[in-house]
Design a protein around this ligand. Structure first.
Ligand SMILES: Nc1ncnc2c1ncn2[C@@H]1O[C@H](COP(=O)(O)OP(=O)(O)OP(=O)(O)O)[C@@H](O)[C@H]1O
Length: 346
């Protein structure tokens, strides 16, 4: 998909010479901005897909194109196999209301309505009866942790609480996909953390597909099953947090993730080596999803390697060599073989 802003934008995706120009030169030559350039990706059912990048990298444009809040210049988009480009106005309205609801940074709450009525508003538009929508809205207000505040007005809530109302309102439509456009960037760090946990909890409980825009790397790493990292309208890397931190695609990504505490993102799989001489039977056991930080603690406590096990089977072991190598971001050197055995034989 492409989205180009500016005069005669449609000629750019099809013109290999113009399409290859760097952003600045393209602007100089054509007066156009290619906000999204030739991106292609799938969002899987049930995943949290994060679109991240610095300001101006094209995140909002990309996500708005998914439901044609912004009309793409070229390319195709399908939701559940249905071509979004072919949808008429009514079908698009239905898509945005019921299938892919957006949670914005500025929540757009109705100031004179109570929390409950704000949440029920979407249900009212859908034509749900009063009693039913009040019951449903009460349930959703509780789900986002606002029980007891049903009768307050938005002005009587903190920013984080208002964002929760926005979230409950988006959930009221029971959409297949929730699209979040930097919903927490105006919140202070503690409340932001709180809201991230709220989203993670909702996702765990409901397994709803989520597309989440952020420019905050730690937010992306915390929430994303997969992350698309954007730069100048292109996706420079798409992968799990572990792939992005552990195998950056280029120097830009490497620089981006340089300060990430690797031990909290990388899992024991990246530090694992085959088990030797009885190691498969002894030592603390860790799940393959355990982080390197958790493994460091287990190895420090036990004083020896830990096993990585899945359904009782030992997949390999992690020792301090492998764990340190992951933290340092260098390939593991093969640990000296059999020091222990030599000592025992002596
Ligand atoms: N309506 C528009 N007309 C012209 N250029 C636009 C328009 N909307 C966005 N752009 C440009 O497209 C590029 C991508 O903008 P976009 O808002 O998608 O970035 P972003 O990554 O979401 O940024 P931010 O994090 O600051 O919101 C920017 O260079 C922006 O100036």
């Amino acid at each position: 998909m492409w989205k180009v802003f500016g005069p005669k934008a449609a000629r750019i995706p099809g013109d290999p010479e113009l399409a290859a120009l760097p952003a600045g030169e393209l602007r100089e030559r054509t007066d156009c901005t290619a906000a999204v350039r030739d991106v292609s990706f799938d969002v899987r059912k049930g995943e949290v897909f994060v679109v991240m990048g610095l300001s101006g990298s094209g995140k909002s444009t990309l996500v708005r194109c998914l439901t044609r809040l912004i009309e793409p210049t070229a390319g195709t988009i399908a939701i559940d196999g249905e071509d979004v480009g072919a949808m008429d106005k009514a079908r698009l309205r239905e898509l945005r209301r019921h299938r892919a609801a957006m949670v914005f940074q500025h929540f757009g709450l109705l100031p004179h309505r109570t929390v409950l009525d704000n949440v029920a508003y979407g249900l009212e538009i859908q034509g749900m009866g009063r009693a039913e929508r009040r019951a449903k809205a009460t349930e959703l207000v509780a789900k986002v942790g606002l029980d007891g505040m049903e009768q307050r007005r938005p002005g009587q809530l903190s920013g984080g609480q208002q964002q929760r109302v926005g979230l409950a309102r988006a959930l009221a439509a029971d959409p297949q996909v929730l699209l979040f456009d930097e919903p927490f960037s105006a919140l202070d760090p503690l409340i932001r953390r709180d809201m991230q946990e709220e989203v993670a909890r909702l996702h765990r409980e409901e397994g709803r597909t989520m597309v989440f825009i952020t420019h905050d790397l730690s937010e992306a790493l915390r929430l994303g099953d997969r992350i698309a990292l954007m730069r100048d309208g292109r996706i420079v890397q798409l992968g799990t947090p572990e792939e992005i931190v552990g195998s950056p695609a280029d120097d830009y990504v490497r620089d981006f993730v340089r300060d990430v505490p690797r031990e909290q993102v990388m899992t024991v799989r990246s530090a694992m080596r085959p088990a030797r001489d009885g190691e498969a039977e002894t030592g603390p056991a860790l799940a393959p999803t355990a982080t390197v930080a958790e493994a460091i603690e287990a190895v420090a406590r036990s004083g020896g390697p830990a096993r990585v096990t899945e359904q009782g089977r030992c997949l390999g072991v992690v020792d301090h060599h492998g764990l340190l190598a992951v933290v340092a971001g260098v390939p593991a050197t093969v640990p000296p073989q059999g020091d222990g055995r030599k000592a025992a034989a002596a």
